[in-house]
Design a protein around this ligand. Structure first.
Ligand code: UGA
Length: 435
């Protein structure tokens, strides 16, 4: 089928390359000319494993094309995915400017039936608004439907998640829209959940907020473990074996980040409050998450006493492994706090250093993880890149001035650290090593 995508960011571009991989003809649109120039050369504007390969493959097969004009998207695809950004305001209200602009342009250029699909994460009831906006601005008598088809991809595994999803959710209010979406997803081997547009929108928000709640529960448990002498990893292992609970997303750490959880949790609370539904449970997720990093910083301060003039190594800058995305990355907040306290920072990340340099040009960007530790008074691990787990802790100890490690992701080998007499302070477990 011929399909269009408006907005070639993380969601839009992954949608474009993955549907091309499934045999559809795709036209992806973006207004950023610099980004378009890179995309046309087969270069992804962000780091995502497997993205460049698929991009180049389907530029070559001709199944993937790019344009700077939204009008082209309306003409090209029988179905149009809206994947533009919905940035959030401080209390969580999403800014819908780009969505509305896309809807107006679709309406003004509508010549024959089109299925308009919201794929960006949008507040509930956006489908209704979209429908009304298109109906208001449409010029002729061309028909259209609006559907919701939320994405559940994770950065770092976006292509795998999209090609092999756990489920596909389609929110529709006409048989024609359902038939088209079923045809689009014919090549996918997973359950297709058909709901109303409003329910599909809520499934997306509820899923993200529930996952954020699971993480936050584990982080709260970690506090209780630290206070009581229990070990959070043992606790969540024991809990997670119960199928009703599950082990995923129960890893305690320095809090969740990224472009989705912080924004979506706040947005869900905001919408609930607008609808006069008490949202204190959801607000608490966000507040507890923010204080998790504060606690980590306080742990560093209490252990290191004076931070002013101390040299601290930081491993991991991206909000999670396998991405160069720094949005709401806990490491960036920690850097701000440590800088304010007068610490000198030596940082490392396998792919996110160029992006970090744009915000913090004044840090020392290390050649590798061991170089980051050279002469440092302590090391703080903020992102659990697999290559950090694999490093020989003896080399880490030899490089540090004082062998103190704050493991914000519980990803280092505690047994080995104990053998080497490294002082290791994790999350939700007692410290090991000499004082
Ligand atoms: C998240 C969801 O997992 C996707 O299903 C969803 O499609 C996406 O948001 C979105 O709305 O677009 P993503 O933000 O890419 O995906 O990354 P996650 O793997 O969910 O991680 C989010 C944050 O939670 C990271 O900072 C990660 O370190 C943290 N996390 C995750 C924990 O602290 N503990 C865990 O157990 C799991």
């Amino acid at each position: 089928m011929k399909l269009s995508v408006i907005g070639s960011g993380h969601v839009g571009l992954v949608t474009g390359v993955c549907f091309a991989e499934k045999g559809h003809e795709m036209l992806c649109v973006d207004h950023d000319t610099e980004k378009l120039a890179r995309l046309k050369k087969g270069e992804s504007p962000f780091y995502e494993p497997g993205m460049n390969e698929l991009l180049q493959k389907h530029l070559a097969t001709g199944r993937l094309k790019f344009s700077g004009r939204t009008e082209d998207a309306v003409e090209f695809g029988q179905a149009i995915f809206i994947c533009v950004g919905t940035p959030s305001t401080p209390r969580g209200k999403a800014d819908m400017t780009y969505i509305e602009k896309a809807a107006q342009t679709i309406a003004e250029n509508l010549k024959e039936y089109r299925l308009v699909i919201e794929k960006s994460t949008v507040p509930i009831q956006t489908g209704e608004r979209l429908k009304r906006t298109i109906a208001r601005y449409v010029k002729g008598d061309a028909q259209f439907d609006v559907a919701s088809n939320p994405e559940f991809l994770r950065e770092g595994t976006a292509i795998e998640d999209t090609l092999k999803p756990d489920r596909v959710v389609i929110g529709v209010d006409s048989a024609k829209a359902e038939a088209l979406l079923r045809e689009i997803y014919a090549g996918f081997n997973c359950p297709i959940v058909v709901t109303s547009v409003g329910s599909a929108e809520l499934i997306k928000h509820a899923s993200n907020s529930f996952l954020a709640l699971k993480i936050t529960f584990a982080n709260w448990l970690a506090r209780l473990c630290e206070a009581s002498g229990a070990d959070v990893e043992q606790v969540v292992h024991g809990m997670g074996l119960d199928h009703r609970i599950g082990r995923h997303f129960l890893n305690a750490g320095i809090g969740y980040g990224g472009s989705c959880f912080p924004k979506d949790v706040d947005a869900l609370a905001h919408i609930a409050e607008e609808l006069r539904v008490d949202a204190s449970l959801i607000r608490l997720i966000s507040d507890t998450n923010k204080s998790q990093l504060q606690r980590f910083y306080e742990k560093m301060e209490s252990e290191l006493w004076v931070l002013n003039d101390k040299t601290i190594a930081i491993w991991g800058l991206a909000f999670k492994p396998n991405t160069d995305d720094l949005r709401e990355a806990p490491a960036l907040r920690l850097i701000d706090m440590l800088k304010k306290a007068g610490a000198k920072l030596r940082v490392h990340d396998p792919v996110a250093m160029p992006n970090t340099r744009k915000v913090h040009p004044d840090l020392y960007y290390a050649r590798d993880a061991i170089d980051a530790c050279a002469g440092a008074d302590a090391l703080a691990v903020c992102t659990e890149w697999p290559q950090y787990r694999e490093l020989d802790l003896a080399k880490v100890k030899a490089s540090l001035r004082v062998p103190i490690v704050f493991d914000g992701r519980n990803c280092l080998d505690r047994k080995r650290a104990a053998e080497l007499n490294i002082r290791l302070l994790g999350i939700g477990k007692g410290p090991i090593g000499a004082q």
